[in-house]
Every structure is written in C-alpha cells, then in structure tokens.
Write a protein that binds this ligand. Structure first.
Ligand SMILES: Nc1nc2c(ncn2[C@@H]2O[C@H](COP(=O)(O)OP(=O)(O)OP(=O)(O)O)[C@@H](O)[C@H]2O)c(=O)[nH]1
Ligand SMILES: [Mg+2]
Length: 382
C-alpha cells in the first residue's frame, strides 16, 4: 500500500487546524447559543440540566423595552447611582468656572478618592490634568471626558491570546471561592469551541469534590482532565499534565489550583512549588499565571494580588462576579501598582458568562455621564 507523503499530510493538518480555529476574539464574543448552532460544542450527555448548566437558557437575549440587555447594561444599571453622583459632582465643580484651576483639582481629588480607583491612580489622574492645564486652555467641562479617557488608557493591555504552535499553560490561582474552577471550565469550553486542543489539570487536591467538579466540566466540555487522588501532591499533578499535554500536542493546558488565603504561608509555599515544577518542565511552552479575583471583595483584591505576586509571577487577572456587584475600581490600583493587566471578566455562573475585557466600556460604565456612554463592539454580548 502506498504511504502518504509526509509533507502533504503536514500541510493538510495545518490547513485543517486553521479551518478549525476561529479567532479568540470571535469566540469570546459570540453568544454561546450561536456557537452551539454551529455545532462546535458537543454536550456529551446532553440532558436538560446540562443545557441549563452550560448557560443556554441564560444566554438567550433578554428583551426589555425592545432592547437587548447585556451584562454590561446590568452592570451600568447597578452603577447608575454612583456614576451619576460622580459625574454630577464633577459637573457641579465645573459650573461657574472658566478654566481648570488648582481649587477645582483639589476638590476633584476628594471625589476621586471617594470612588474606588485608589490613591496612586488618583495622583496620576491629577498629574495628567495639571499637565493638560499647563499645556493649553483646559476647560472645566473637558475634565470628565479627559479623565475617563486617561483611565481607559491606564487599563489598556494585550488581549487574552494563545501563542500559536506552542503549548500554552495557564496556572489559575486565587483565594477561596473566587471562581477559579468555573473560570477554567468557561475558558476550556470557549477554546474547545474555537477548535483548540484543550486539557485541564486538577491541581486542587485538597478536596475530592474539587477534583470531581473539574471532572464534570471536562466531561461536559469534552476535554481530558489530568487528576490524581485527594491529598496527592499538586506539583505531581502538574508534572503529569505537562508531559501528557506535550505528548498529545495540546494547545492549552489549564491548571486549576486550590483556593488559598493569601496569609496562609504553607499554602503559598505549595503554590511556589507548583510553579517551580512548571518552570522546570515547561521547555518552550508559553506559561501564564492568572489571578482570579472576586469583584465583590473590592479593594481587598489589591492586597490579594500583592501577596500572590510574591509567590508566583502574576501575568494577568480575571475579575469574576461582575454580574453581582457595582465594584470593580480595584483593577486600576492593581494595574497601576503591580502592573498586572486584566484580560477577562466573569459575568455569571454559566459557560457563556465569560467576556474579553474592554477598557472603554468598563470605564464608561463606572464613570461616564449616561448620555455619553457608547458601547464598544466587544461589549455587545449577552
Ligand atoms: N455570579 C457569579 N458567580 C460566579 C462567577 N464565577 C463563579 N461563580 C460562582 O462562585 C462560586 C465559586 O466558584 P468556584 O469556581 O467553585 O470557585 P473556586 O475559586 O474554584 O473555589 P475554591 O476552589 O473553593 O477556592 C460558584 O457558586 C460559582 O458558580 C461569576 O462570574 N458570577
Ligand atoms: Mg475550585
């Protein structure tokens, strides 16, 4: 029998890989029911509860007053009072003034400190406004749009991406209950839909239920889960997962870890050990350590990020539970003080509730006057 030409085979493989893949941007911003329609995600034991679990019901657009409501609309609604107080205070400051003066900036400092952006970001904003006032005739009514634009820029970062042609390893860390396991499941599902080869590793070996929780996600998403028994060494799970991912030519390995309070030294030491193994075994893999923060914890998130970053080098941040809070300002401090960019948002408990972070929509939801809010394309998902 004739052997297939290896170069022709390689070319066909590459083509099929390309055709399988959508861009991540597309995947993260496509409502999940559409992705199902395209037949890209197979629910293996697709009963009613799976459908609810995966968010099909939740992802159907809710029509209210003829308008499609997105999580962003809900977030904005929840923030409406804070936002309008902020915008009103600044508008009041501007009234009767013909230029931005030092008095106005001092009052503005108070307003900014009362919002959730933190001391250092407030200092930066003021320095920026003072520089503008020195450069040109800077009108009081320009203050609000100038500061929102400045804040948007402080949050700019590269989007969440996989490095093509390499094994990408994501180590997901954070304190208890922030949404790590759920987020691993959501990312795995979306990457799988996009045609990537995905594997998960159950690095939370403290509880049998944690391993089971990830195994359920694995079954439903249709990707393999590397798991040991309860009480096993998390670093050993990671070691096995990397070897297996490499052998199976996996594109993305998502490592779930146990929730740990950042003041528990022995647990932080375990995390350092997991990371050491990862660094030792990674070869040419792309490694990213992601901190999952619960938005409802507010400014405490900065402390969590500080302490975790002393144990593992944090590359990025995922902010979860934005659907249940009007808080989110902590990310300014984390970006400004620790240089950690935010990449994704968790906006609910089901598969579809994961979004790419868009600085413009986020800052506008927090601060802009309602009549000036524009929703940028990345935010138009529900
Ligand atoms: N509303 C909302 N709930 C979420 C979100 N992400 C996760 N959750 C819920 O938060 C709870 C904890 O989620 P897990 O994924 O188990 O959190 P974890 O960080 O893995 O928890 P531990 O492993 O115990 O540290 C669950 O009830 C999730 O459904 C989100 O974006 N919005
Ligand atoms: Mg967990």
């Amino acid at each position: 029998m004739a052997q297939p030409d290896p170069s022709v085979q390689a070319e066909a493989d590459a083509k099929s890989l390309q055709s399988r893949k959508k861009s991540l941007w597309e995947i993260l911003n496509t409502p999940v029911q559409d992705l199902f329609k395209e037949g890209q995600l197979v629910v293996e034991d697709g009963d009613e509860s799976d459908v609810a679990f995966l968010g099909l019901g939740r992802d159907k657009p809710v029509l209210e007053g003829g308008e499609k409501q997105s999580w962003l609309a809900h977030f904005r609604e929840r923030l409406a009072r804070t936002r309008s107080q902020f915008a009103d205070s600044i508008t009041r400051l501007a009234k009767g003034r013909t230029k931005v003066d030092e008095d106005m900036l001092e009052e503005l400092e108070e307003i900014l400190l009362q919002s959730d952006v933190g001391v250092k970001t407030t200092d930066d904003v003021l320095a920026h406004l003072r520089a503008e006032a020195k450069k040109r005739r800077f009108l009081p009514e320009e203050v609000l749009p100038t500061l929102t634009e400045y804040l948007e820029q402080t949050l700019q970062s590269e989007p969440f991406r996989l490095v093509e042609g390499k094994l990408n390893i994501f180590l997901i860390v954070g304190v208890n209950g922030t949404g790590k396991t759920t987020t691993v499941g959501k990312i795995a599902a979306k990457l799988k839909i996009g045609g990537y080869r995905v594997m998960m590793a159950a690095g939370d070996t403290f509880r049998a239920a944690a391993i089971d929780q990830l195994a359920i996600w694995g079954k439903r998403v249709g990707c393999s889960v590397i798991q040991h028994h309860e009480g096993a060494d998390a670093a050993a799970v990671v070691y096995d997962a990397i070897q297996s991912a490499r052998a199976k030519k996996i594109d993305a390995l998502l490592i779930d870890t146990a929730g740990r309070l950042h003041n528990k030294d022995h647990l932080m030491e375990e995390l350092r050990k997991v990371h050491r193994i990862l660094e030792r075994e990674k070869q040419d893999a792309h490694v990213e350590c992601i901190l999952v923060l619960d938005a409802t914890t507010g400014q405490n998130g900065l402390r969590q990020a500080e302490v975790f970053s002393k144990s593992v080098p944090l590359d990025s941040l995922i902010l979860t539970k934005l659907d249940g809070t009007a808080k989110g300002g902590v990310i300014f401090g984390i970006k400004r003080e620790l240089g950690i960019p935010i990449k994704l948002l968790g906006v609910g408990e089901t598969l579809g509730d994961l979004q790419e972070f868009d600085p413009k929509s986020f800052v506008q939801a927090l601060f802009a006057q309602d009549d000036s809010i524009e929703v940028s394309p990345t935010a138009k998902v529900s």
